[in-house]
Design a protein around this ligand. Sequence first.
Ligand code: NDP
Length: 318
Amino acid sequence: MMNTSTNEKVRCLIIGSGPAGYTAAIYASRANLEPVLYEGIQPGGQLTTTTDIENFPGYPEGISGFEMMEDLKKQAQRFGADIRTGIATASDLFSAPYKVTIDGAKEIETETLIIATGATAKYLGLPDEHKYMGMGVSACATCDGFFYRKKNVAVVGGGDTACEEALYLSGLANHVYLIVRKPFLRASKVMQFRVNEAPNITILYEHNTIGLFGENGVEGAKLVKRMGEPDEEQVTIAIDGFFLAIGHKPNSDVFKPWIETDEVGYILTEPGTPKTNIPGVFAAGDVADPVYRQAITAAGSGCKAVIEAERYLLEAGK
Ligand code: NDP
């Protein structure tokens, strides 16, 4: 185990740099909490890998996820937030001040902690996903779609993310298969409509992926239609890219020994508030939200977390 040394004490430590983390940083810096924010695994969070954001109030023409996160970062820095590169690797939340280890090396002591670590894309768990990682398998169409111009690709999932990815890819690729395990899409009506209208998207309902194949990269996927049913059928599709869009895993492991989570790992908070089971420790954004998972709700919870942190510090006389 690496030696850690306590070399910094702060009043407000924020982990994560999605809309929740940056909004918390804006509010905390304006409230003179002198926040330190560590950007975490994916600076800017999941929105940096999305296409245009059309549903965040205040952007009538939409805005790219990357641009929005850059703006939020600048806004936080304008009020003095100390934004740093680094990943929380361990925590000791036994008693305040709480201790968080950054990059396995530096320990920060903090009076209040805002966990805004978000969630990470899930994979099906097939050995072939590892085998072809970076060679045709991706969980981010906006990051990797460019490589599949005029080629055939598949997207797995039936939610809004899968539809969004399929639509994005349909503008680049020759043909897009949407592999859906149920006989219906879970996505919002507007996304369902758009996917159904796209001339080069084929929806494969009731299909499960069992493997991928190819010499030097993905050349196709093996699917099973109506798996386990009497009319089960083996289906093979020729594709060059295989995109996962089947949901996310909350990034709460580092805090789990102390913080209560549900069985999936979403941090449990007092209903209607960002309060965790530990006083002075708050959770904001997707790490605590299995239901709404929107940029606007994440931003709102980041704001709430800081208001609660201020109250906590005031009551504790700190
Ligand atoms: P969801 O949880 O909504 O959907 C996941 C999809 O993946 C479901 O269709 C699910 O199937 C399928 N799936 C899960 N596991 C497997 C598996 N092992 N094999 C095959 N299929 C699987 O996740 P999303 O990421 O799509 O969306 C998350 C949230 O974010 C939602 O609330 C969504 O509305 C929101 N969102 C909003 C957007 C917007 O407003 N523009 C854009 C993107 C997301 P099944 O239905 O059978 O469970």
